[in-house]
Design a protein around this ligand. Structure first.
Ligand SMILES: Nc1ncnc2c1ncn2[C@@H]1O[C@H](COP(=O)(O)OP(=O)(O)OP(=O)(O)O)[C@@H](O)[C@H]1O
Ligand SMILES: [Mg+2]
Length: 442
């Protein structure tokens, strides 16, 4: 159209139509090329839709927030565990991970993939972010729950995340929160075809260890993971509920952050009554048994809110106690709901001892991992023998924690141990190698 118009016009002296045609073509191609380049840059550098939060910034952001950007560029790596309260053994473990990650980045080595599991609010996300900052890497957080609603776009979105991760100069810590929401077993009927394809794309992109990105998965229910995901994990870290000592440290941390600092700092809008703060924190730690780090941090916010909502702005000991009482009641209510939700078998499981190094499973209220698998090892053959004898399925024992009254090991449920061992041997013969204990398809 444009060319016809150009050709059929009468042109003033000095302007040649062929030159004008060339000019039009030039403008047209330049516009297209810019759009293509824009789309390419957007695809490679723009934040992928699956990424919720990232420390990486785009050029546009750098122009918008120059001070923030400069600060971030100048910031020195901080302690990976600053403000994270963990039991001494876990602290030692995660500190080792932090040091190894930092050295990996500096030496351009291959990153190790980590799984962090445990009850909600125990510091998994908090630590993952600190780990990224400490190691000098960029971090990106994606949530497992965002993947399923993407439907058939999930595969493209997933590839985009990894393409984008590959362009990071500092290395990217890709944190997948609530990972069980989309990394669940492919064999289950509950997962849709689209989700299965997205999971396959994820598996394809994570098949080899990478020097570009490190995978950190967090989950409350890691037992739901696809077996191929488990195979990609190099390090498993259990974040358990805080024990008495950790609770006391947490109470002190959040009392200091939300009460003492605002009461003693610059503008002093909050006033604090006189009482023994140290003793108070110890008492609160005792009353908050079973609470997570998040629940304790919320308690700190509740104290602050109480002071701000009081007429004179003074936070008294009685007000603190009242808030602790409320929090304890609410915690018990939540536990009641939790146990109400669980299946009868899970109900019999016990709360892990505070500060226990194992746990996990549904909301972390489960047998310690080691014990659970041992118990399954012992029980499984007997159940099969009984099943063969009765020709039907046997309901699981109601309480696998139950110990015989005399404190000795549980007697066999089936005929005897030999028979059980034979059945197990026969099964192993048929399959070649034993299947995973959690029943995951191989
Ligand atoms: N170990 C901890 N030390 C200090 N603060 C903690 C700790 N655990 C939790 N918190 C507080 O609770 C908040 C929430 O913790 P975080 O998001 O890390 O929990 P999470 O383990 O990722 O939980 P979820 O499984 O629900 O995602 C933190 O921002 C922090 O204020
Ligand atoms: Mg989290």
């Amino acid at each position: 159209m444009l060319f016809l118009t150009v050709a059929s016009c009468k042109w003033p002296k000095g302007i040649r139509p062929d030159r004008l045609t060339l000019l039009a073509v030039g403008v047209y191609s330049a516009r297209n090329a810019t759009a293509v380049a824009g789309r390419y840059i957007e695809a490679r550098l723009g934040k992928p839709s699956l990424v919720r939060e990232t420390s990486r910034f785009t050029v546009a952001e750098a122009i918008k927030h120059p001070v923030k950007t400069a600060k971030r560029l100048k910031s020195k790596p901080q302690d990976a565990l600053e403000g994270v309260v963990l039991s001494p053994s876990l602290e030692e473990r995660v500190r080792d991970i932090a040091i190894a990650t930092r050295n990996t980045r500096q030496n351009n080595g291959l990153y190790r993939n980590i799984l962090m599991y445990g009850p909600p609010g125990t510091g998994k996300t908090l630590f993952a972010k600190k780990l990224a900052v400490h190691s000098g890497m960029d971090y990106a957080i994606m949530t497992g729950g965002d993947v399923a609603p993407m439907g058939r776009d999930g595969v493209t979105a997933m590839h985009k995340v990894f393409d984008w991760a590959g362009t990071s100069r500092r290395g990217l810590l890709l944190f997948v929160d609530e990972a069980d929401a989309f990394l669940r077993k492919r064999s289950t009927e509950k997962i849709s075809e689209d989700l299965r394809s997205t999971l396959n794309a994820f598996l394809y992109r994570t098949g080899e260890q990478s020097s570009k990105f490190m995978l950190v998965l967090a989950s409350n229910q890691p037992e739901q993971f696809d077996w191929a995901i488990n195979d990609r994990i190099d390090e498993i870290v259990n974040f358990a509920l805080p024990g008495p000592d950790e609770r006391e440290r947490l109470v002190r941390l959040y009392f200091d952050k939300y009460v003492l600092q605002p009461a003693t700092g610059g503008r002093q809008r909050m006033k604090l009554a006189q009482f023994d703060y140290g003793q108070k924190c110890s008492d609160i730690a005792k009353r908050t048994e079973g609470m997570s780090g998040r629940e304790i941090s919320k308690l700190g916010v509740a104290w602050q809110a109480a002071a701000y909502s009081s007429e004179d702005g003074v936070l008294t000991e009685a007000m603190i106690d009242a808030r602790v009482g409320d929090a304890v009641k609410q915690h018990l209510q939540k536990m009641d709901w939790l146990h109400g939700d669980e299946e009868p078998q899970a109900k019999a499981f016990t709360l892990p001892p505070a500060g226990a190094t194992a746990g996990g499973g549904k909301m972390g209220f489960n047998l310690p991992l080691g014990e659970a698998s041992e118990a399954q090892d012992v029980i499984a053959p007997f159940l099969e023998v009984k099943e063969e004898q009765e020709g039907g399925s046997v309901p699981p024992p109601s309480d696998i924690n139950a110990q015989p009254a005399d404190g000795q090991s549980a007697p066999p449920v089936g005929k005897d141990c030999d028979e059980a061992a034979k059945v197990e041997a026969k099964k192993e013969d048929k399959t070649g190698s034993p299947p995973p204990k959690d029943g995951t398809p191989v």
